[in-house]
Design a protein around this ligand. Structure first.
Ligand SMILES: [Fe+2]
Length: 346
């Protein structure tokens, strides 16, 4: 069995599991920033990814199952309690998928969320956020339930062979893996096996809401895109021009570029690049016919920080302005570098 654990900077863990004999593989809990890595690891190992499994609806990071399934012919697998419409195969407790000669078994382990499941392999369990190393998933987010988590731990996972290794969905301390036996003996949350004590303990945690909670639930439940994903996809098809290059063109007196400021009117009037034309991002599509009649113009778009300008440049390229580029940086960086600006006097 091929097995590789891939971690993000924020401690999210995902796993590539493959049958080396048949070259079939699955990815468990893929995260959006690591898409190229999963595909590269699979390619390097000569594996084809058949299934993209999410152990639950993540509330704290962005799943890549949808994105990868658009790129390759692989099915998205989740527990049947998951409400997301893009799931191809909904599995239930006690079911398994065949991955080459490997059987991948699923155990419904609700509590962190109602759709949480653990992925059981011959010698290990991928526990998602049900059981972490030295901790458990929280139960205070949507569909969480400490009573159910108690059953999933004490009457579910801990009834498996205790020699099984566990690989969690999050590992903030870079511990990698543990075993069920070790967790039963040492995990602070499992030291009192009374249901009431466990539920009290979970309800007393009083944790902060995860960063990006709303955006994670929106995108992970709909298959929609994150803001960072929109900007990243736009930046993959837009060339950039450095501030130094733009400056030298302005100083040459024959810039051969049209500087387009897509910020709001008051920001533009406050200060803008010399010779820049103002079309706020929100009015761009409706005003290009009047203000940018020549689609062959070489346009350099800028905004305050360099993100909105990337989206605006991608839009202009979609509309046929094929020589549009974005300023590498924003007005803020330009002004901080003490490059020339123009202040409109009323
Ligand atoms: Fe989670």
């Amino acid at each position: 069995m091929f097995f590789e654990q891939i971690a993000t900077e924020r401690g999210c863990q995902s796993y590539i599991v493959g049958c080396q004999e048949t070259c079939a593989a699955i990815v468990v809990d893929p995260e959006i920033s690591q898409v190229d890595r999963y595909l590269a690891v699979a390619a390097k190992q000569g594996l084809r990814i058949h299934y993209l499994v999410d152990t639950h609806t993540h509330a704290d990071h962005f799943s890549a199952t949808c994105k990868i399934s658009e790129m390759i012919d692989a099915s998205v697998v989740m527990h049947r309690n998951c409400a997301a419409p893009f799931v191809d195969i909904r599995v239930n407790d006690g079911e398994s998928l065949i991955v080459g000669k490997l059987r991948v078994n699923f155990m419904h382990t609700p509590g962190h969320t109602a759709d949480s499941m653990s992925v059981i392999l011959p010698d290990r369990v991928l526990t998602g956020d049900t059981l972490l190393i030295g901790s458990t998933g929280r139960t205070d987010l949507p569909t969480g339930d400490p009573d159910q988590l108690y059953d999933s731990l004490f009457n579910g996972l801990m009834r498996l062979d205790l020699g099984l290794r566990i690989y969690p969905g999050h590992d903030y301390k870079k511990l990698g893996h543990s075993t069920l036996e070790k967790e039963l003996a040492e995990n602070p949350r499992l030291q009192n096996s009374s249901r009431a004590a466990f539920v009290d303990q979970m309800e007393a945690l009083n944790l902060n809401a995860p960063q990006h909670l709303t955006e994670a639930l929106r995108t992970n439940l709909s298959g929609g895109k994150t803001v960072a994903q929109l900007i990243s996809e736009a930046s993959n098809r837009v060339p950039f021009m450095s501030m130094e290059e733009v400056l030298s063109r302005i100083e040459s007196g024959q810039p051969d570029i049209l500087l387009l400021d897509v910020r709001e009117k008051d920001a533009y009037e406050n200060a803008h690049l010399p010779g820049a034309l103002l079309i706020p991002r929100g009015q761009l599509e409706l005003r290009v016919n009047d203000e940018l009649p020549d689609p062959t113009r070489r346009i350099v778009v800028y905004c305050e920080l360099g993100k909105i300008s990337t989206l605006a440049a991608a839009t202009l390229r979609d509309m046929g302005f094929e020589r549009t580029v974005a300023l590498d940086g924003g007005f803020k960086g330009w002004a901080e570098a003490n490059y020339p600006i123009v202040i409109d006097t009323p």
